[in-house]
Design a protein around this ligand. Structure first.
Ligand SMILES: Nc1ncnc2c1ncn2[C@@H]1O[C@H](COP(=O)(O)OP(=O)(O)OP(=O)(O)O)[C@@H](O)[C@H]1O
Ligand SMILES: [Mg+2]
Length: 258
């Protein structure tokens, strides 16, 4: 087996990258082996999957930063549950560009760190920060024989609408320069309020601008989904409703990247 890589991104903040990458990792791990990677110093994916919010101390020198700088992810991967592992992040990821420069590392540094584990997983799911920085470009530059994909997160806002072409440009640049295996899996509408009138206009615009890229599944805004960051997955009585829209999304994702 070689892992398929799926990177969730958009430079607009708060479009549900961490929530969606976390839930996708969780759902995929029910049947296959998943490594979730947190590439955001906010560490939201790390907190989401571990329930740990004191990430600065708990994961001190045990993160994706050290994996990249030392060229090997293995010592820093932690087990979340059966079939689900995590390469965590914390605030020190902010030092990545400087530390990479000091070590003379290039944008293939994450690729090198992941090489020893590429055969251990079916999926590598990566959360990125709301920025078109190294932390976003490196995952997109990481190739896999099984395919490397970007999921573009879109919250229906005008700000995110204008962030889409910029993100797609970064994807095209990464594909051209570093990663010929990279493709866009699709644009995922999330945090969509069922009652907002402008959503239909946004849906039409996206379909017109990017034919066939929009996932047909739409993730609605739900309090139970938001509360997953507090209650977690295990023994959560509202888990079924919290994951309701993500189950068809993951099915669609699997079909698109087959
Ligand atoms: N489907 C949903 N329904 C309700 N709330 C949601 C949903 N998805 C995400 N949220 C909430 O919206 C907020 C933003 O989500 P999240 O942190 O996942 O976005 P992000 O794109 O990772 O943000 P950032 O750009 O800061 O990394 C969080 O408070 C999260 O709990
Ligand atoms: Mg996030």
């Amino acid at each position: 087996m070689t892992a398929k890589i799926v990177t969730f991104g958009i430079s607009k903040g708060g479009c549900s990258k961490s929530t969606s990458s976390g839930i996708t990792s969780y759902l995929l791990s029910k049947e296959e082996k998943v490594l979730a990677i947190d590439m955001d110093g906010q560490g939201n994916l790390t907190s989401f999957l571990t329930g740990e919010y004191d990430i600065c101390n708990v994961f001190e020198e045990k993160t994706v930063l050290e994996a990249i700088l030392n060229g090997d992810a293995r010592p820093y991967i932690i087990k979340i549950k059966e079939n689900l592992d995590l390469l965590p992040a914390n605030d020190f990821l902010a030092t990545l560009p400087r530390r990479m420069f000091e070590k003379g590392l290039k944008l293939d540094a994450l690729q090198k760190a992941l090489k020893p584990v590429m055969e251990d997983y079916d999926w590598i799911i990566i959360d990125t920060p709301p920025a078109l920085s190294e932390q976003t470009v490196m995952p997109l530059s990481t190739h896999s024989e099984a395919g490397s994909y970007a999921v573009v997160m879109f919250d229906g806002s005008m700000f995110a609408y204008y962030a889409i072409p910029k993100f797609l440009e970064i994807v095209a640049g990464a594909r051209e320069r570093y990663n010929p295996t990279l493709n866009v899996a699709g644009i995922l509408f999330s945090l969509i309020d069922s009652r907002a009138k402008e959503n239909e206009i946004m849906e039409e615009s996206i379909e017109e601008d990017y034919p066939d890229l929009k996932f047909s599944t739409i993730i609605r805004r739900k309090a139970s989904t938001r509360r997953l960051a507090i209650s977690g997955f295990d023994g959560n009585p509202e888990l079924k409703t919290a994951l309701e829209h993500y189950i068809p999304f993951v099915k669609e994702l699997k079909e698109r990247v087959r």
